[in-house]
Design a protein around this ligand. Structure first.
Ligand code: NAG
Ligand code: NAG
Ligand code: NAG
Length: 874
């Protein structure tokens, strides 16, 4: 479902995104018209050029006074709204904004597009923290859009779901406006500059300064982009707000506010009628279950009016998180009419549910306590970069959900709109976060430069965009904010909290505080106290900050907005292993590092000094403070940038529970043991192929929710252990390695629960390929994730194999990228040859647009028998 708040006939609209890469002079794709409004994808058919030095003498400072008015709809005080300058518009005569400019030599691209992801790595001026990929520079995008004669009199908006960053937009040489914050979903009104019955030239300039982020930001128009055509009188941008003030099992009150905007030249009397229907997970709507009382309003020319209405839904089907509840959704379909004629139709998907925040018991949804078993995640999609892809995002969330992860923190910025649609559908909870800094900077060119002008429009836009999603349980207006220790942490915090509560009085606010103390002024401004690491204590032995915060704020709910930051490289084990529950990563003996290979031991016991340590330590400390509502572990997936502890050397993170390619690290099973205890699972680590360790102590650990476990080494018991308090790890640290096999049998309440085995494997002999989905849509967007495994003659994975594998494909499709999850691999993601990392490599494939037929993906490697797998596109 790619509908956002505007649920319009989707199948038809998707066609627009599916156009093959055409010359820039493409006309608009098929349209869907529903009750007066059209929303047309203009993803296809762009021309793009990146410049590493400024090609046009423009900059944010020259464009600023023209761009600031674009935020006016999200500035409350009329005195603070900005006036568009008069006089010559910057860029009005620039070749790139002109129809006459010949862009044939520019790259043909479809968006979502991330210009940096193709590499190469080690881009000049880009740190490992930002992923070493060439995200900096000025990027220009150009496209022809054609408007028919029937478009005369319509209001035409450009909706950009995300463009990184400092977007400025020209239509036919007119500077329309722009939006600096690269994570914002913004709208510009093209109407005054549209030529109907003609080709129009749309030109977008983006500008990414160096040092603008602490992680990989991506670059370009990296989310979907739309044209919305409507009657001059229409529902305003993100102009609906659904609340469900009273809910019982027999009925629910649904209240709706609708903001009507009149861009026309005369006042209009508008009738507003809204019906409510259930909506299933594929977007299919059921029959009407309630109709809101009709409201009417007179909307002045160039004016806006908010109307309210409500209705009762009998026997409501509640939205609740999986696995114990069901994420039922409804849609409010609002029709505006003038003189009995429908002039606009607007759909607002929503859910009926209650959330309560309790100082002792934490979050409850629909009266049921839900312990927050969360992860934090950045926005990139691994080797696909920041370019949004629905299936890649869905795969990330599915794997997290399989682990028992029930909540997501959008670290540290607004996600793609479709991320929230997925969370709604899948029954995941979301802590929606907007800022990583306020006025004080973390990196030289971050949001602090524009905070004064843009914090209000960005924050109001963010809340208005997202507030109808039932998955969202709280708003975060800051992560590790540099102001947190001073007085301005209180004053700015109060202002931001005020804005959030003004836009959404139904949910609480929080922020992630590190270096936190209860006396800091910022803490008092949070409805929910959110601590990063401090709750469990940083390092190995620092004490918990929870008791201090609890006594200072006895009525507030508390949660850990960021925990652990455990480091590991999938499948890499370093000896000796610390005997502690958690240890600082270091190249010293027992510190878990292989500094030459830039790898951290996957015993899942190591973290940096500022972190709260192993998952085990976090679980123990969380359980010691049961009033804490839960945790968001850093991070669910590995991400581009921030390669602690190899800060400026590697290119992606070590924090993930799942690696960048989407392969599960051992740690996945540690979280699954705690978070999904009903899954019958036992997981042994490490692998058991250590020709270099014969006769040496080689600790064997098992993750399981069982309460007892017995390990057998070459058939002999190494002892039956009971699981410790708040521990999901069984340890046999003095096992001496001999080739052979390991077997664990686990028990719950004396009954056998789950088993696992590992055995010594032989030399690599062949490759095995498997596809995560063997049927994909032939739409050019859907993906299949193909895993290549290096195996021995028995078909067992060779755990340290690093064979170079070359992928190829036949049939109507292509290989998008390859990866292996190794943060220190600098082979570009577009390479068809990829070394296996710990026995595995990945190829991501997609079909051509409109493809029907079989795609055969093959993998070859010198000295190994190759393999192939077939994926059907339809
Ligand atoms: C476009 O204009 C810029 C700035 O004036 C100039 O440097 C550049 O050479 C022009 N490019 C083309 C292809 O005309
Ligand atoms: C595995 O490969 C090594 C090195 O090529 C060789 O010495 C050894 O005999 C092989 N082992 C087996 C079981 O084939
Ligand atoms: C694709 O492969 C499947 C099974 O391998 C086969 O049944 C089917 O006929 C093939 N389809 C086409 C269009 O070749």
């Amino acid at each position: 479902m790619l509908s956002g708040t505007y649920g319009i006939a989707l199948a038809a609209l998707l066609l627009a995104a599916d156009l093959p890469l055409a010359a820039a002079h493409a006309t608009l794709a098929p349209r869907a018209t529903v009750g007066g409004r059209e929303r047309v994808s203009i993803n296809a058919g762009w021309r793009f050029q990146r410049f590493t030095s400024n090609p046009d003498s423009l900059s944010y400072s020259t464009l600023k006074s023209w761009i600031l008015p674009s935020g006016n709809d999200f500035i409350k005080s009329s005195g603070s709204k900005k006036t568009r300058p008069t006089g010559t518009q910057p860029g009005a005569n620039l070749n790139f904004t002109q129809a006459s400019f010949n862009d044939a030599s520019w790259e043909a691209v479809n968006v979502p597009h991330d210009w940096a992801i193709k590499g190469p790595f080690n881009a000049p001026g880009i740190s490992g923290g930002m992923g070493k990929l060439p995200s900096n520079g000025v990027g220009w995008y150009r496209r022809v859009v054609s408007f028919s004669a029937e478009d005369a009199g319509k209001t035409v908006f450009l909706d950009v779901d995300g463009a990184m960053s400092y977007a400025a937009v020209w239509l036919n040489g007119n500077l329309v406006g722009g939006w600096p914050f690269g994570y914002a979903s913004f709208r510009l009104d093209l109407t005054p500059y549209v030529k109907t019955g003609a080709d129009n030239i749309l030109a977008i300039r983006l500008d990414n300064p160096l040092d603008n982020s602490r992680w990989y930001p991506g670059a370009g128009i990296y989310r979907n982009i739309w044209l919305v055509k409507s009657n001059p009188v229409h529902v305003a941008q993100y102009g609906t707000f659904v609340t469900t003030p009273t809910i019982s099992s027999s009925s629910a009150t649904v209240s709706l506010k609708v903001e009507i905007e009149n861009k026309g030249t005369s006042s209009q009397v508008v009738d507003v009628v809204t019906e409510i229907r259930p909506q299933d997970e594929s977007g299919v709507q059921g029959s009407v279950v309630a109709t809101l009382s009709k409201a009417s309003a007179t909307v002045a020319a160039d004016g806006k009016v908010v109307v309210s209405a409500s209705a009762t839904v009998a026997n409501p089907k509640l939205w609740g998180p999986k696995p114990n509840q069901t994420p039922n959704l409804y849609v409010a379909i609002t029709r505006l009419s003038v003189n009995g004629q429908v002039i606009d139709t607007y759909e607002t998907p929503f859910g009926i549910r209650t959330i309560t925040y309790d100082k002792d018991t934490g979050i409850s949804v629909n009266g049921q306590k839900i312990r927050v078993q969360g992860t934090c995640n950045h926005h990139d999609l691994g080797s696909l970069g920041a370019a949004f892809n629905y299936r890649a995002q869905e795969r990330q969330l599915q794997m997290l959900q399989e682990m028992g992860n029930n909540a997501l923190r959008t670290a540290h910025n607004p996600p793609a709109p479709e991320f929230l649609e997925l969370a709604d559908k899948m029954g995941l909870l979301v802590l929606d976060e907007i800022f990583d800094c306020w006025k004080k900077s973390k990196t030289k060119n971050d949001f602090s430069l524009i905070f004064d002008d843009w914090h209000e429009p960005d924050l109001r836009l963010f809340i208005r965009r997202d507030r109808n999603h039932p998955s969202i349980i709280a708003w975060s207006f800051g992560n590790e904010i540099p102001e947190q220790g001073g007085a301005s942490g209180g004053t700015i915090g109060a202002e931001l909290r005020g804005i959030v509560r003004d836009e959404d009085p139904t949910r609480q606010t929080t922020a992630g505080m590190n270096s936190a103390s209860p006396d800091q002024a910022m803490a008092a401004q949070l409805d929910i106290i959110g601590l990063n690491y401090n709750g469990e204590g940083i390092g190995v032995s620092t004490s918990s900050s929870w008791p201090g915060f609890r006594s200072k704020f006895p009525d507030k709910m508390l949660w850990s907005t960021e925990t652990s930051s455990c480091l590991s490289s999938r499948g890499t084990f370093v000896f000796p292993v610390t005997s502690g529950m958690s240890a600082l990563v270091s190249s010293n003996s027992g510190g878990g590092e292989d500094p030459i290979g830039m790898r951290v031991s996957a015993y899942d016991l190591y973290s940096d000094w500022w972190a709260s340590g192993s998952p085990d330590k976090v679980f123990f400390l969380q359980d010691k403070h049961p009033y804490v509502a839960g945790e968001f572990a850093w991070t669910g997936w590995d991400y581009l940038g921030e390669p602690t502890p190899y800060n400026d050397k590697a290119r992606s993170s070590y924090f993930g529970i799942i690696d960048l390619a989407g392969f599960k690290k051992d740690r996945f099973y540690l979280y699954q043991a705690r978070w999904a205890p009903n899954v019958r699972m036992a997981h042994i680590l490490p692998h058991w192929t250590w020709p270099d360790r014969v006769g040496q102590a080689t600790p064997v650990h098992v993750y399981s929710s069982a309460d007892e476990a017995e390990l057998y080494v070459n058939g002999k018991s190494a002892g039956r252990l009971k699981r410790g308090t708040s521990s999901w790890r069984f340890r046999w640290d003095s096992v001496v390695y001999q080739p052979g096999d390991l077997k664990v049998i686990t028990y719950k309440n004396g009954q056998e629960w789950a088993t696992d085995t590992k055995r010594t494997v032989g030399n690599a002999t062949k490759l095995v390929l498997s596809a995560d989905r063997s049927n994909i849509k032939g739409d050019g967007l859907d993906l299949s994730f193909i895993t290549a495994t290096v195996v021995d003659a028995n078909g067992d994975t060779v755990p340290r194999a690093s064979n170079s594998i070359t992928f190829s494909i036949t049939g109507p499709g292509l290989i998008s990228t390859t990866d292996n999850g190794d943060p220190a691999d600098f082979t570009v993601f577009s390479s068809l040859t990829r070394k296996a990392f710990s026995g595995l490599a990945l190829a991501i494939i997609r079909s051509n647009v409109g493809a029907v037929g079989n795609l055969t993906i093959s993998a070859a490697s010198s000295g190994l028998t190759g393999a192939s797998v077939t994926v059907q596109a339809s």
